[in-house]
Design a protein around this ligand. Structure first.
Ligand SMILES: Cc1ncc(COP(=O)(O)O)c(C=O)c1O
Length: 452
């Protein structure tokens, strides 16, 4: 599908009967199965469809393939590990790679931040649930079991577990599922188009929105609040970049009231902002960090929850004798294939300097993307690091339809972008070349002109 060739309407060689059984996630199943979009292989910056059309990946899969597709060192590490030790339990047993990867992450990715304990999970959703449970249990272990409240934020995405959708703030992900976790409240969103539209990087306006946490403290009392969880940059809600000073102020308010601060870095970790972690980029250190996706370059599903030493030590100190300190874990915590993939991924990030590469490309990304200002339907453009968003005015009475059509039109022209609500979200692998950034933006420009 690379320009100038265009893809046929559907490239699917799977028959309708076979297509039926897979209930696809976050997908309009009936519509998809009428007109499937099937990817068959990938390498570097590209996917190929079954019939050989080449598609430039403008979204790193799902914000996750930061080192590019099918990196040989990562592939080889997984292959070797699968043949040597396919699975080993980490409940009361161990295997070397889990310890090695945990050690290296804490030493090499988190130096000087105190985030030197890590709990492995299966994905971002389980990393979030782990962090929320650790926050509650931490306060209980310190003798402050009255702190049961968890504070999220409007327009946040924290995965799909009950904890994650409770602290999350996206209505479609919540409304069908009955009562959420008790004791959850939400900060106001940091996004206000009237004051922030077309900001390049962090908006100047909006640091005062962190004071909303003081409002919730005033309403509930700090003695009932365990933790605040935010994405440093909201990803799935449409790349909502925090106003200058907002995260720092949130940290100060949490400190003043003994509330734990959790950064959900499932998207922002591993170089997306040009640093190992968003926490490093913003210079604000939370008590816990959740991540997934780039942790293994998405080649094997995995997540992780980093905690400050003082949190871990509280559990160790509060548990008498040799008892289990945290009744929590997953069959696949520290899975050997994930650990092998993760170690190789970390090597690739370091040896190829991918975080620095992302930082160096960010100004070009910003300038090129903002050239779409003034294009049909465009009401805002946002960016930070190698994240970007182009927000469109919706069609009357048909939410999301126009943005979805821009997505399918761009795909037809050989570029895969992501659509979330009225927003086209962009997050190319960190190996992207300037010419490929041009291709993404040129293709979007054409799609915006073509779509009514
Ligand atoms: C910030 C954030 N948290 C949690 C998740 C959930 O991750 P997963 O889909 O791996 O469960 C995501 C996924 O996009 C995310 O962006």
């Amino acid at each position: 599908m690379s320009a100038p060739s265009t893809a046929p309407e559907t490239n699917c060689n799977i028959d309708q009967a076979t297509l039926g059984a897979f209930w696809m996630p976050f997908t309009a199943n009936k519509a998809f199965k009428r007109s499937p979009r099937i990817l068959a292989k990938a390498k570097g910056m590209h996917y190929w469809t079954e019939d050989g059309h080449k598609v430039l990946d403008g979204t790193a899969g799902l914000w996750c393939v930061n080192a590019g597709h099918c990196n040989e060192r990562i592939v080889s590490a997984i292959q070797k590990q699968a043949a040597a030790l396919d699975f080993a339990p980490t409940f009361n047993m161990g295997h070397p790679l889990a310890f090695e990867y945990a050690h290296r992450l804490c030493q090499e990715l988190m130096p000087g931040k105190g985030l030197d304990q890590v709990f492995f999970t299966m994905c971002g959703s389980t990393a979030v649930d782990t962090a929320l449970k650790v926050a509650l249990a931490y306060h209980k272990a310190r003798g402050e079991g009255s702190r049961f409240r968890l504070i999220g934020r409007e327009r946040a995405y924290h995965g799909v577990g009950f904890g994650g959708i409770s602290v999350g703030g996206m209505l479609p992900n919540r409304r069908a599922f009955g009562p959420m976790l008790p004791g959850v409240d939400h900060l106001r969103t940091t996004y206000d188009r009237e004051h922030q539209a077309f900001s390049k990087g962090q908006p100047e306006w909006g640091a005062h929105l962190a004071e909303d946490l003081e409002r919730l403290v005033g309403l509930h009392d700090a003695s009932t609040i365990a933790a605040v969880i935010v994405e440093p940059v909201s990803g799935s809600a449409g790349v909502l970049v925090p106003p200058c000073g907002y995260l720092k102020r949130l940290r100060e308010i949490c400190d003043a009231h003994g509330i734990l601060l959790i950064f959900d870095e499932v998207i922002t970790a591993f170089g997306r902002l040009g640093k190992g972690m968003g926490a490093e980029y913003f210079g604000v250190i939370p008590d816990m960090v959740t991540c997934a996706k780039g942790l293994t370059n998405a080649a094997v599903p995995a997540g992780a929850t980093f905690v400050q030493k003082h949190v871990y030590d509280t559990f160790m100190g509060a548990t008498p004798g040799d008892g289990i300190e945290l009744f929590h874990g997953y069959t696949y915590s520290g899975h050997p294939l994930a650990m092998a993939a993760g170690l190789a991924t970390l090597d690739v990030y370091q040896d190829e300097g991918l975080f620095e590469r992302a930082a160096a490309l960010a100004p070009y990304w910003e300038e090129t993307l903002h050239a779409l200002k003034g294009h049909p339907h465009v009401v805002d453009i946002r960016n930070l690091g190698l994240m970007g968003a182009v927000e469109l005015v919706p069609r009357a009475g048909k939410p999301g339809q126009r943005a979805f059509q821009v997505f399918t039109t761009a795909l037809h022209k050989g570029v895969m972008v992501r659509v979330t609500g009225e927003t086209i979200a962009l997050s190319p692998p960190l190996i992207v070349e300037k010419g490929q950034i041009d291709q993404i933006v040129t293709t979007l420009s054409q799609a915006l002109h073509e779509v009514a």
